[in-house]
Structure formats: structure tokens, C-alpha cells
Ligand binder design. Sequence first.
Ligand SMILES: [Zn+2]
Ligand SMILES: [Zn+2]
Length: 261
Amino acid sequence: MSSASRTCALHANHSAVAICCTCQIDICAACHHTNPLGYAICPGCKETLRAFEQTLFPWEQASFSRLPQTFFRTSANVLFKPFSFFTDLAFWTSFDKQKEGGFGRAIAFGLICTVFGMVITLFYQYLFVDDFLEIVRTTIQENDLPAEVNPDTLLTLLFLMIPLLGILAFLAHWFVLEMGLRLLGAQTKWSISGRVAAYSSAAYLAKILPPIGGYPIGYLVAIGFLIQLETTAIRVVYRLPAGKTFLVILLPFLITILVHQ
Ligand SMILES: [Zn+2]
Ligand SMILES: [Zn+2]
């Protein structure tokens, strides 16, 4: 590695200080850049890396008009290719400073999925559970709330309350995940656990599967996806061993079952 006699491949009159870890050319101090892992790269490879970054996580980078299609593609990637999705997430969040801009988008993704899951569950209960409104009305009476509301108002109120509950459920999911990770000694940040919670919430999209013969198929599939996504995310992003991963998802998982039932 002695570079005393070597010169920069791009500047013949500059002596080389490093070798690009990607294309192996000698580079001078002016050409010296670093990749997210801190290794030396040349200007050409930095450009390639930047172009590659722009293809990653389109949900956090796409223009507003492309968001609907990006939402579906991101959902499909999380649900059906969780390992490569969360590997990209680990890479993406390893240079966290530059990624603050996309963070709000990530949280929005989690909120959309969580609220959608709750709305669709309520909708199916309304469609398929006999006397659903009667059951709700009885619950309200038992809790000493005014029960003289007519069914339509009641239903509207329920659908209006759901987004609020969804937001609270997502925040609880995020908070408990971060706390569980800290308790078990994982190197975590709110911005990383927030993304893990948000993208794992794609599991709730499975609630669109309607109940069959009284069995809540969508709910069960969603829970299956949630376990798979969070387990994969925690193992890939935080590199926790299987036992600890199980403990981290146990608590948020129990809360999720209670909230979404
Ligand atoms: Zn290079
Ligand atoms: Zn140079």
C-alpha cells in the first residue's frame, strides 16, 4: 500500500493518498471522498453512489405526483421482499444526517397503513357483523355515554375517531419498539425505530382481505406479516440475535393485538 511514488489517476501531478475501495484507482486528497461506511472512494464512484441512492427509497424521495404509485411499490417491496427492503433501510439510515428530509414521509407511510387497517376493519364489521351498530350502542350505554344518537351519526363518529386512534396506535408502536430496543442494548435512534415501525405497518394493508365465514382472515394475515416484517427488520437493521429479537417484538405485538382487535 506504499503510495509514496504513486500519483492520482485523475491528476498526474498530485501524489496519491488512497485507493478507491470500489474501482481501485489511486486518488489524491482533492479526489478523496468517503462512502457511507467511511471507506475512500473516487469522484466517479461517488457520483455512481449518489445515482444509486436516488433509486433507493423512492417513497422518501419521489415528487408529490408520483407518491400514489410509489406507495404501492413500497408496500409490495416491504411485504414480499422484507429482507432486501430492510437491508436497504439499514444502508439508507447509515448516513442518517442526509436522510432527515425523508423521515416525515416514512412516518406518514406508517400512519396511512395503520389508519387504513383500522378503517377497513371497522368497515368489514359494519358490513358483516349482524347488529354491529346495536353492539356499539350497547357499549356506549354501558359506559354512560349519551345513547340517543342515531345510527348514521354513530357510524360517522366512529369513522372520524378511527384516524385519531390510528395515530395513537402508531405512536405507541414506535415508542414501545424504541424502548424495547434500548432495554436490550441495541444501538437505536428514534429516526431508525420510527422507520422500522412505519414500514412494518405495511402489514396492516393485509386487512383488506375480507372475513370468510366469520373468520377474520385479513386480521390474521396482517398479524403474520407484522411478526415477519418486524423480526426481519430488527435482525437486519439492529443485528440482534433471535432471542432478543423475539423479546423486542413481543410487547409491541401484544399491544397491537389489543388495539387492533
Ligand atoms: Zn472509484
Ligand atoms: Zn486527484
